[in-house]
Ligand binder design. Structure first.
Ligand code: MN
Length: 414
C-alpha cells in the first residue's frame, strides 16, 4: 500500500492577516498530492486546525479539503477502530483518513475536540490511545495513535498506553509530541520523551508537532517527523526544509518525500554586530534585505535576527526600523528580531525561551501562568489543572466545585 503522511496544516492560521489563506492553500496542495500520487490511505499527525475551537471559516476550509477527497472518490472501504476492547467500523467512499489530534486541538475530557466532530462527519477516524485497522489487496495496516497531550505528561501517557505491534500487519504509530533530541535545550515542560522512549519493532513511527520535516533511520525504529504544511513558527530549521507530503510504501518500508508545488518561501538570516551604531545597523539590514530579495519568490517570509552588542548609549529600545519595514514590507512579510546584549540579558533569554512555544492564545498563556504559580505551592497535582481551567473558561462553576471537593483518585488513563 502507498500511504500519504502529513500534518500540522493549521487551518485558521493567520486569521485577519495578509497570510490568512496560506494555511488552506498549502493544505490543499497536500491533499491534492495524496490524490495525484494515488495514496491508498492518508495519515495525519495532528494540528489540522490552528485553534481548539475553530472559527466557521476554518471549518468551511476544512470541509472543502475533505470534499476534494470525496470528489475524486474510490471504492468503498472500512476502517476498524479499536480501543480497550471497544470496536467500531467507519465507512469511507473516498481514500480513508486516520488522524490524531494535536496540541492545538487539545481539550480536556469534559469537552469534545474538533477531530471528534470530523470523525462524526465521516471525514476521518480519530485516534487517542486507540488503534485503526485498514485492509486492502490482502495487506493489513495497523495504525496506533496517541493524540497530543501536555508535554510534561507525555512520557507517562506513552508508558501507560504502551502500544505493541500487531502480528500479520504493517505497524505504524502516530504521535504529536516534542522529542528531546530535536530541541536545543532540556526541559521537561517542553519535552519529556526522548528517542529511546519510543516503542521498538514498529515499521514506522510518525510524529507531528515539530514543524520542520526529518526522516531518521534509527537502529530499531524508523522515525519520521512530518513537519507542517505551512510556516507558523518561523524557526531557522523551518527555512531549511521544504513543506510537503511523505509517502510510505508498506511493502518496501521506504519513505519518499514530495514537495508542495507552490509554497511560500521562507528566508532566515542572522546579522551579528559589535558596538554598532543605529546607522550601521540600518545599513547592514538594508544591504542584506536587498541582496536576499533580489532573487526570491513573490512575497517571501523573511526573518532577520540581529544580535551582538550596541555602541555605548544606544539600547534596544532606540532601534527604530520603521523605515526598513516600510521599504521592504511591500516585497516581503518581514520580521526583524533584534536581541542585543545589555543588562537584564538573562531575563531576555527567558522571554525568548517562552516565545519558543510559538504563538499562544491568551487562554493558553493564562493556563501557563496558573501552572507555574501552582508549581510554586505545595499543590502537588491535587486536581487536573487543565480540566478545571477549561471548565472555568466555560463558566461551569458547579462542576469545578465538585471536582475540587472530590477526593483525589489515581490519575486517569490517556
Ligand atoms: Mn503544530
Amino acid at each position: 500500500m502507498k500511504i500519504a503522511i502529513f500534518s500540522d496544516t493549521h487551518i485558521g492560521f493567520g486569521k485577519g492577516s495578509k497570510r490568512s489563506t496560506e494555511a488552506f492553500d498549502q493544505a490543499k496542495q497536500a491533499f491534492e498530492l495524496a490524490l495525484s500520487e494515488k495514496a491508498d490511505l492518508i495519515l495525519l499527525a495532528g494540528d489540522l486546525f490552528n485553534e481548539a475551537i475553530p472559527s466557521q471559516t476554518a471549518w468551511l476550509e476544512m470541509f472543502k479539503l475533505f470534499s476534494l477527497l470525496r470528489k475524486s472518490g474510490s471504492e468503498k472501504s472500512i476502517v476498524q477502530w479499536e480501543k480497550a476492547g471497544k470496536k467500531e467500523d467507519f465507512y469511507f467512499s473516498h481514500v480513508p483518513v486516520i488522524s490524531i489530534a494535536g496540541t492545538h486541538e487539545f481539550r480536556s475530557k469534559d469537552f469534545k475536540n474538533a477531530l471528534e466532530v470530523l470523525q462524526q462527519a465521516g471525514c476521518l477516524v480519530y485516534l487517542h490511545a486507540a488503534t485503526a485497522f485498514f485492509e486492502k489487496g490482502g495487506e493489513k495496516i495497523a495504525v496506533q495513535g496517541l493524540s497530543g497531550v501536555p508535554e510534561k505528561k507525555a512520557l507517562d501517557a506513552l508508558k501507560m498506553w504502551d502500544p505493541k505491534p500487531v502480528q500479520g500487519a504493517s505497524n505504524i504509530i502516530l504521535l504529536h509530541q516534542s522529542i528531546k533530541e530535536f530541541l536545543p535545550f532540556d526541559d521537561d515542560m517542553i519535552a519529556s520523551i526522548g528517542l529511546a522512549d519510543l516503542p521498538s519493532n514498529f515499521d514506522l513511527i510518525i510524529d507531528g508537532h515539530l514543524h520542520w520535516a526529518s526522516d531518521k533511520n534509527l537502529e530499531t525504529k524508523q522515525f519520521l517527523v512530518t513537519g507542517s504544511t505551512v510556516v507558523t513558527q518561523m524557526k531557522k530549521l523551518e527555512s531549511k526544509k521544504p513543506k510537503g507530503v511523505f509517502f510510505f510504501d508498506s511493502v518496501s518500508k521506504k519513505v519518499d518525500f514530495k514537495q508542495l508545488p507552490k509554497q511560500r518561501q521562507f528566508l532566515f538570516e542572522k546579522l551579528e554586530f559589535k558596538d554598532a551604531t543605529l546607522e550601521q545597523i540600518k545599513e547592514a539590514v538594508e544591504k542584506k534585505l536587498s541582496e536576499i530579495l533580489s532573487s526570491s519568490n513573490e512575497m517571501p517570509l523573511v526573518k532577520l535576527k540581529l544580535k551582538g552588542s550596541l555602541t555605548k548609549g544606544l539600547n534596544q529600545a532606540n532601534i527604530d526600523l520603521k523605515g526598513i519595514y516600510q521599504k521592504f514590507g511591500e516585497k516581503s512579510h518581514l520580521f526583524i528580531d533584534s536581541n542585543f546584549e545589555e543588562a537584564g540579558f538573562k531575563q531576555k533569554l527567558e522571554a525568548l525561551r517562552e516565545a519558543q512555544f510559538g504563538k499562544k492564545s491568551v487562554s493558553a498563556m493564562g493556563f501557563d501562568v496558573l501552572e507555574k504559580n501552582l508549581a510554586e505551592t505545595n499543590f502537588k497535582d491535587a486536581f487536573d489543572v487543565k480540566r478545571v481551567f477549561d471548565l472555568l473558561a466555560e463558566g461551569d462553576i458547579d462542576k469545578v466545585v465538585s471536582i475540587l471537593l472530590e477526593p483525589k483518585t489515581a490519575s486517569s488513563k490517556p
